[in-house]
Design a protein around this ligand. Structure first.
Ligand code: HEM
Length: 252
């Protein structure tokens, strides 16, 4: 991934420039090398604009896009403004990136560690009495519900305790390898967890539940796949981090 920044100092009609870019953007939107793009207008100095385009790679931009079918149409729209370019360069992302505090984590929104501990306590009460998946958990460590709460807390943006205290992803994976989980068992696991979420009083707003269930669907499908005989999933990986996705919390 590479990010291209193009800084313009428009000396002519700025509205015409924006309209030209709206037409040029049609070609960016169709280009398979373009991840996303955004044109920002400077709030402090009229006529100054920055265009940010994320490309799949610098090579994809320079060879794929510029040599591809979308480039001529794009160039035709923006050609009149080439003289107004102050800077046009590629930038590589660094490790310094993240969300600010404006949007709470799913962990905080849910109610933090006590909420996840209540969830897993109620969940495993249901699990151990269940005809279909109860037998899988027959020899379960009594601390298991707390460990899974730790995992979920970390996934949803809480403290990284499962990584620090329980061995992180490799340890979680080891518990699923060879278990040969079936689809009906996976589906029951999901149903019981959702029942437990209601019982434990996890937030029931559409945005939270959509994000929560998104992770649970993803995670259980991976658990099923990784548990099959002969499966060979990556043995090391970070604990995944799950966010709000397309719908941030609604706050009225
Ligand atoms: C999002 C999905 C899932 C997550 C986040 C998850 C999480 C975990 C974690 C963190 C552990 C290890 C706990 C520890 O450190 O002691 C574990 C163990 C285990 N998981 Fe899952 N799991 C998921 C799906 C499933 C499914 C679908 C099944 C089966 C239907 C399953 C069956 C088990 C079993 C049998 C163990 C070992 C329990 C024991 O005997 O201690 N898991 N899981």
């Amino acid at each position: 991934m590479t990010v291209e920044y193009i800084r313009y100092r428009i000396t002519s009609d700025a509205a015409a420039f924006e309209a030209a870019y709206a037409r040029a953007a049609v070609f960016l939107a169709r280009a398979p090398q373009c991840v996303d793009y955004e044109l920002s207008r400077c709030a402090d100095e009229p006529g100054v604009y920055i265009l940010r385009i994320t490309w799949t790679s610098a090579d994809d931009h320079l060879k794929g896009f510029r040599g591809g079918p979308e480039f001529p149409g794009f160039l035709a729209e923006i050609r009149p403004y080439i003289e107004d370019i102050d800077e046009m360069r590629h930038y590589e992302p660094t490790a310094v990136a993240g969300a600010g505090g404006a949007v709470p984590t799913l962990y905080d929104w849910a109610g933090g560690t006590p909420a996840f501990e209540k969830l897993t306590e109620r969940f495993y009460q249901r699990v151990t009495g269940d005809d279909l998946i109860g037998p899988l958990f027959a020899g379960m460590d009594p601390a298991h519900p707390r460990h899974v709460a730790m995992w979920l807390a970390e996934v949803f943006g809480g403290p990284e305790r499962y990584t620090a205290e329980r061995g992180g992803y490799p340890h979680m994976l080891a518990h699923h390898l060879g278990k040969a989980i079936t689809e009906p068992q996976r589906r029951r696991w999901v149903s019981l967890l959702l029942d437990a979420a209601d019982e434990a009083g996890l937030p029931d707003d559409p945005e939270f539940r959509a994000a929560f269930l998104g992770y649970i669907e993803w995670g259980t499908r991976l658990a099923l796949a990784n548990s099959q005989p002969g499966a060979n999933p990556p043995r090391t990986a970070p604990v995944p981090h799950w966010g709000w996705g397309v719908a941030p919390p609604y706050r009225g």
